[in-house]
Design a protein. Structure first.
Length: 106
C-alpha cells in the first residue's frame, strides 16, 4: 500500500497546469488526497519538491501547461496537465495515468 501511495503521489506531482495554476502550485504547494490520506507537497524555487514527510523527494519543471516531475519513487519524468486559472485555496480533480487524484492548492 505504501509503495502504491508513493507511486500515485509521484504521478500526481507530474501533472501539468496552465501558467497561472502552475505558478500557484509551485509557489504555495498542494495537498494531494489519496483515499483518506492528505499528503502535503512542497515545491522550492530551485526545482525540487518533497512529499510524505520527506519520504518522496524529486525535481520539477514547467513545460508549457504541464508540470513535469521525477522522484526517488519514480525516476522517469512524468508530465501532467493541470486545469486553467486555479489559485490558492482551489481544489480540483487531476487526471493522472494511474487514476484521478484530488488536489488542493495551499
Amino acid at each position: 500500500m505504501r509503495k502504491l501511495l508513493i507511486g500515485l503521489t509521484a504521478l500526481a506531482l507530474a501533472s501539468p497546469a496552465v501558467a497561472t495554476t502552475l505558478t500557484e502550485v509551485t509557489t504555495h504547494g498542494i495537498i494531494l488526497t489519496l483515499g483518506d490520506m492528505e499528503i502535503p507537497v512542497t515545491y522550492t524555487p530551485d526545482g525540487k519538491f518533497t512529499a510524505m514527510d520527506g519520504q518522496v523527494t524529486g525535481a520539477w519543471r514547467i513545460d508549457g501547461d504541464k508540470l513535469c516531475t521525477s522522484s526517488n519513487a519514480d525516476p522517469n519524468e512524468t508530465c501532467v496537465a493541470y486545469p486553467k486559472d486555479k489559485k490558492s485555496g482551489d481544489a480540483f480533480l487531476l487526471e493522472t495515468p494511474n487514476g484521478n487524484v484530488q488536489v488542493k492548492i495551499r
